[in-house]
Ligand binder design. Structure first.
Ligand code: CO
Length: 172
């Protein structure tokens, strides 16, 4: 699968819920997981591979544990306590930004078979990854979380990215 880069309109759409939990979905999720591992990402959302559906995969263990698959996820608890940490995004190669997010979140989602499950009070990197990936399902990217000044500093990089797609020289 090819990862879509900033400038592709699919990254800005609100993704539609998954309704069919069939073999096609299983194959698609398996391919997403492979793509995430190949690209060395901690997470990947379906719009990032051009499919506007509410699906994301997360691996904050560097391939040590089974990835978390969340379908039609909803964050139902955000801690008031927030912190800023650097984040990157496979759709914004070469850009790292400090993003302020809740340190703890709880998420309700469906698994690959359509069964509901909850991730209660996720913390640390997992909490951050959940918020980052679920943002993607609503067309939100890390550049939307930073100040006008910070965004100005990267605006020429973004313009270039939108024009040329993946800029290999800047990829990290
Ligand atoms: Co991302």
């Amino acid at each position: 699968m090819e990862v879509k880069i900033y400038g592709d309109p699919v990254l800005r759409k609100t993704a539609k819920p998954v309704e069919m939990f069939d073999d096609e979905l299983k194959r698609f999720v398996e391919e997403m997981i492979q793509t995430m591992l190949i690209e060395d990402g901690a997470g990947l959302a379906a719009p990032q591979v051009g499919i506007s559906r509410r699906i994301a995969v997360i691996d904050v263990t560097g391939g040590e544990e089974e990835p978390v698959v969340i379908i039609n996820p909803k964050i139902y608890y955000y801690s008031e306590d927030k912190e800023s940490k650097e984040e990157g995004c496979l759709s914004l190669p070469g850009i790292n930004l400090s993003v302020n997010r809740s340190v703890m979140v709880s998420v309700k989602a469906m698994d690959i078979n359509g069964n509901e499950f909850t991730i209660e009070k996720a913390q640390g990197f997992l909490a951050r990854a959940l918020q980052h990936e679920i943002d993607h399902l609503d067309g939100i990217m890390i550049i939307d979380h930073v100040s006008v000044l910070q965004r100005k500093l990267i605006s020429s990089k973004l313009k270039k990215m939108a024009k040329t797609g993946r800029d290999k020289s800047n990829a990290v």
